[in-house]
Write a protein that binds this ligand. Structure first.
Ligand SMILES: [Zn+2]
Length: 63
């Protein structure tokens, strides 16, 4: 079974708001996904807060 939730993020490169599907079933993880607007590799960092909710953080690769 897949637990994917739709989340809106702002691309750290071009600033466009894009919606992505986040897999929140496997806990904390980080991975790259290309921006659908500018094709830059966005680093997605998923962290779990105290209540078990997955928080999505996006970063540039070069920061
Ligand atoms: Zn972009």
């Amino acid at each position: 079974m897949l637990y994917q939730k739709e989340t809106f993020i702002n691309c750290p490169y071009c600033g466009e708001s894009i919606d992505v599907l986040v897999d929140d079933s496997s806990g904390e993880q980080s991975y790259y996904e290309d921006c659908s607007v500018c094709c830059a590799p966005i680093l997605f960092v998923l962290t779990e807060d105290e209540s078990g909710e997955i928080q999505v953080d996006v970063r540039r690769d070069d920061e």
